[in-house]
Design a protein around this ligand. Structure first.
Ligand code: ADP
Ligand code: MG
Length: 634
């Protein structure tokens, strides 16, 4: 019998398939099983619509038989089967359905190498068998037909179709598994444990049972007449086992799923040992149809803030996994969410590139973002304890998002409140705000305790105003990015104009600054280039000294950049603020008036050192500072 040639594009595709060197060969099984499932579906549908078809849905199943001696893996179904013509047109050329898109892509881009990943991720249906098999035999008998046909091919050189025997309708796909190669372990596709693993991973939710004979090692039943010294005996038992769970949890009605089931699914699927914080089970019908089950973990994954962490949701098409981590379904600020999306709107063979640009994906992604946001806001309002757990784990990520997206989702933010002594939202802060309060106030530092003791915090608190204590590196950026809410801006307590001054207050401050000028100039001279300016402070109340910054780089930014860049970090332009009403200022004045340059220099260095310490910045010369302090004691 003469060999028939594959259609040209099929041949090219097979070449690519067989010679590709990627790591996802294992998806062939998913492809072959989902074809079997389609065949069962088609027959089940016929039974519904045609009385002459006597098939019970419960009899439909998919059978897996590995044979190590013959090196074959057989996937059988009792679905519709194929006639001789169908074998030729379906397997002799690329199916007109899902694979078409891929074929078109392939024609657009001739660089086969660049497509390797596409195949790896999605496979192209039936042909993917050739990734692990050097020959494939298909024996099929169409439902209602008497004769059966055998299709055989050993790759790109063509195929043959011959008549054969088959007792019942359906299809056997017999894959002659390749011998092991250098880097490739093909033997594993003949091992029941590996097959079980792959079926669990990719085909768990196929709606027909996938059965395979597996060995079980277990204790023999204790005989009724066993004596006292009976020792349990073990035996190896072979039994047929259904490997897939068939009904996806997300396809079930929300009200019928128990919390334990949601949690068990999460832990098994995403490899977490802790229950999730919350689950969002949602669906939509209409322009796009999908079901989704999303989880918010209760703790930060160990690799969350590293490059290794990959965001994304599992994407299924009618119960068949088509992508493990679909990144485009999640915005970066919600990258901690784990879950699955199942939509019949995607074809099994859709490539990553095409998928990315589909309208459906965008619609689903934006609907899910709203759902996640809604769930988080609900937690924030109704279960603050849970929300705070969430915040501890992923608050930093949300803050990055707020910075990157110019304030989007700012209602998720929490900051420590000086007034409440606990975390608060911006809305809650706003509600407590006295009518005359001009700004949202914030202060940055290492811890709430330390910030509370900053000299520049005092005058704001004394006014009865609340301050948000910011203790994370990113906070300063967040606050600057927030701009205004309902006409109220965000103000650092370090800002000179943080409290509006009356004309009288302004005049008094100017007078004081004028009077203190000789002192300020003397201190500046003593410190030289260390500071950009020495000024009479209007942000201090009882404290004598503090450090602020002029220009675009704040002290907080400098600290952050020090962590990242070390000593090469950009420096803030430092301003030493002195309180003209304080005793140290008076002491300085005395020394200046007496022309005692040595003492002025000492005092200036002391005060500058203190300002650095208060601002959590390192002293340039700690030894000198220690000596200065000691010299005051003797
Ligand atoms: P797709 O599944 O996207 O159509 P495939 O390459 O996976 O593409 O399969 C090609 C065609 O071969 C299918 O559309 C189907 O008609 C036929 N086919 C494959 N496997 C079977 C099977 N087990 N039973 C019946 N028909 C099958
Ligand atoms: Mg298919």
């Amino acid at each position: 019998m003469a060999k028939k040639q594959f259609k040209a594009e099929s041949k090219r595709l097979m070449d690519l398939m067989i010679n590709s060197i990627y790591t996802h060969k294992e998806i062939f099984l998913r492809e072959i099983i989902s074809n079997a499932s389609d065949a069962e579906d088609k027959l089940a549908y016929r039974a519904l619509t045609d009385d002459s078809v006597e098939v019970k849905r419960k009899d439909l199943k998919i059978t897996i038989v590995p044979d190590k001696e013959k090196r074959t893996l057989t996937v059988s179904d009792n679905g519709v089967g194929m006639t001789k013509d169908e074998l030729e047109s379906n397997l002799g050329t690329i199916a007109k359905s899902g694979s078409l898109q891929f074929k078109q892509e392939l024609e657009r881009d001739d660089k086969a190498a660049s497509k390797v990943d596409v195949i790896g991720q999605f496979g192209v249906g039936f042909y993917s068998a050739f990734m692990v098999a050097d020959a494939v035999t298909v024996i099929s008998r169409a439902y209602g037909a008497e004769e059966a046909w055998m299709w055989q091919s050993a790759g790109t050189d063509g195929y043959t179709v011959t008549q054969c025997e088959k007792e019942t309708p359906g299809t056997d796909i017999i894959m002659h598994i390749k011998p092991n190669a250098d880097e490739e372990n093909y033997d594993q596709y003949l091992e029941t444990y590996k097959l079980q693993e792959l079926i669990k991973k990719y085909s768990d939710y196929i709606r027909y049972p996938i059965v395979m004979e597996v060995e079980d090692y277990r204790q023999k039943e204790k005989p009724a007449d066993a004596g006292e010294d009976y020792k349990p005996e073990w035996e190896t038992v072979k039994e047929w086992k259904t490997l897939n769970s068939m009904v996806p949890l997300w396809q079930r009605q929300k009200s019928k799923v128990k919390p334990e089931e949601y949690n068990a699914f999460y832990k098994e699927k995403f490899g977490d040992w802790q229950d999730p914080l919350t689950v969002i089970h949602t669906s939509a019908e209409g322009a796009v149809t999908y079901k989704a089950m999303l989880y918010i973990p209760s703790h930060t994954p160990y690799d969350f803030y590293t490059r290794e962490y990959e965001k994304g949701l599992q994407l299924y098409s009618s119960g068949v996994l088509i992508m493990d981590k679909c990144a485009d379904l999640l915005p970066d600020h919600f990258r901690f969410v784990r879950g699955v999306v199942d939509s019949q709107d995607f074809s099994l063979n859709i490539s990553r590139e095409v998928l990315q640009h589909t309208r459906q994906l965008k619609v689903i992604a934006s609907a899910l973002e709203k759902k996640i946001k809604g769930e988080l806001m609900k937690l924030q309002k109704e279960d603050r304890e849970k929300y705070e757990t969430f915040w501890k784990s992923f608050g930093t990520q949300i803050k990055y998002g707020v910075v990157a997206e110019y304030g989007q989702h700012k209602d998720l933010l929490l900051f420590w409140s000086s007034k409440e002594g606990k975390d608060t939202t911006l809305a809650e802060y706003r509600e407590r705000m006295p009518e005359d309060q001009p700004y949202y106030y914030y202060a940055c530092g290492e811890s709430a305790e330390k910030i509370a003791k900053l000299p520049q915090v005092e005058r704001i608190l004394d006014k009865g105003y609340e301050i948000l204590y910011c203790t994370e590196d990113v906070d300063d950026f967040v606050m600057r990015g927030l701009g205004e809410i309902d006409g109220k801006a965000f103000k650092s307590v370090n800002d000179e104009d943080a409290l509006p001054q009356s004309d009288e207050e302004k005049k008094m401050a100017e007078e004081k600054a004028e009077a203190g000028k000789p002192v300020l100039e003397a201190v500046k001279e003593a410190l030289g280039e260390e500071v950009k300016e020495v000024r009479a402070s209007s942000i201090l109340k009882s404290g004598a000294v503090c450090l602020t910054a002029d220009g675009p780089v704040s002290l907080e930014m400098e600290k952050y950049m020090r962590k990242v860049d070390g000593d090469r970090a950009a420096r803030a332009q430092r301003v030493l603020e002195l309180n003209p009403d304080s005793a140290p200022f008076a002491a300085l004045q005395k020394a200046v008036e007496a022309g005692d340059k040595d003492t002025v220099s000492k005092y200036a260095k002391l005060l500058y050192g203190q300002a650095l310490l208060l601002a959590d910045l390192p002293l340039e010369d700690p030894a000198e500072y220690a000596q200065l302090v000691c010299s005051l004691m003797v």
